[in-house]
Design a protein around this ligand. Structure first.
Ligand SMILES: *Cc1c(COP(=O)(O)O)cnc(C)c1O
Length: 377
């Protein structure tokens, strides 16, 4: 047993590229400290260029705020129903309730761990029969793995229900060569501290046209009418991104491809070094899917084994975390309707997120896999 405290290894820590401070410095020198300015428009252009597919980007104060605006732009209101992937972080679902609407949770399939197209269609048919056609679908590329894009888009078209693509964890992921963030009617990104790139806190809404982006920016800046005085005919929000933080984002965009490559290297290291470990499974990319591998996740044979590994890593000052607890199992959503198949509950019980930062070193990764391999030997 080691007695000396070893270097802390985090699950996913910020990783600056080096040029961020130049953009921040410029914001200070020009006194553009406001929630708009050249870094905000520059960061938006950088994201538009990276994601491609003619998306129009509005940078906001968080991914959660972006989801809130997306729902509002789709006309979601009190007592409406919104279909939402159950296996996700609570921020995917919370904004539904901000509008007085109700989430209907949909369980996952086993190939990508994301929203099950089968259950999604079943839920839509049933809700329509009950006289309550859902207003939107929130689908999530969890841990960076794209959801079943074709199937979800087909269902969206057949039933004419728009998709909000939660790409908070999937900047740099692709499906058939096309970047995540460009598939949904609206999409969101997050630049929170633990995401693949960060502005310390921030998010973005990705729109299909300039008009929708303008509406989003209008709502995000207190819905001010065009008048010399402050006049309002809508309820607005204070959701715009600060020009200082957008400067960090501009620097981070310069190194995004390297960050994706580093996270994918982590995944392949774990795969190579844990694959022969009894009972440990890693999620593979189905053909045509390209994950940014935001977090590398493992499936263990049992809850007990998962806990054993998590605690052993913790003893060695290494942070790991169980997979997201599905929303249909959360106390706060116990009254919500859900369509389940047991998949996400099983993943939650047996799964673990391993340290996945782009700043991990080979010796960190070796330390982690050695602990797991010794435990399961
Ligand atoms: C991080 C995250 C969000 C929320 O983004 P914030 O910027 O933290 O508000 C939404 N959905 C998912 C899946 C996330 O991981």
């Amino acid at each position: 047993m080691e007695t000396s405290v070893q270097k802390k290894i985090w699950l996913s820590s910020p990783h600056m590229g080096g040029t961020e401070q130049n953009y921040v410095q410029e914001a200070f020198e020009t006194n553009w400290i406001a929630p708009l300015g050249p870094n905000v428009s520059g960061f938006e252009r950088d994201i538009e260029t990276f994601v491609g597919n003619d998306v129009h980007v509005a940078c906001l104060s968080s991914g959660t705020g972006a989801l809130h605006l997306a729902l509002e732009l789709l006309g979601v209101g009190a007592d409406d129903e919104v279909l939402c992937q159950s296996f996700t972080f609570a921020a995917s679902a919370n904004p539904i309730t901000y509008l007085g609407a109700k989430p209907i949770f949909i369980d996952s399939e086993t190939d990508t761990w994301n929203i099950s197209p089968e259950l999604l269609e079943k839920a839509i048919k049933e809700r329509i029969k009950l006289g309550k056609k859902p207003k939107a679908i929130i689908a999530v590329h969890l841990y960076g793995m794209p959801y079943m894009i074709n199937e979800v888009m087909d269902i969206s078209k057949i039933y004419d229900i728009p998709v909000i693509e939660d790409s908070a964890e999937a900047l740099g992921s692709r499906y058939q060569g096309v970047n995540c963030g460009s598939f949904g009617d609206l999409a969101i990104l997050s630049f929170n501290g633990n995401k693949i790139i960060t502005t310390s806190g921030g998010g973005a809404l990705l729109c299909k046209d300039a008009d929708t982006k303008d509406k989003a920016v209008f709502l995000a800046t207190q819905a001010r009418d065009n008048a010399p005085h402050y006049q309002h005919s809508h309820i607005g929000y204070n959701y715009r991104m600060s020009n200082v933080l957008a400067g960090i984002g501009r620097g981070q965009m310069e190194v995004l491809p390297e960050r994706v490559a580093a996270r994918r290297r982590n995944y392949f290291f774990y795969k190579e070094n844990l694959n022969n470990t009894q009972g440990i499974e890693l999620l593979e990319e189905p053909s045509g899917f390209y994950s940014n591998r935001w977090l590398t996740t493992i499936l263990t044979p049992s809850f007990e084994m998962r806990e054993k590994i998590r605690l052993a890593l913790g003893d060695e000052n290494i942070e790991s975390r169980p997979l997201w607890k599905p929303m249909h199992l959360q106390p706060v959503f116990e009254d919500a309707v859900s369509y389940t198949n047991g998949v996400s509950e099983d993943l939650f019980n047996r799964g673990l997120c391993l340290p996945s930062g782009s700043n991990l070193e080979l010796e960190d990764l070796t330390r982690i896999t050695n602990i797991i391999n010794n435990l399961l030997k």
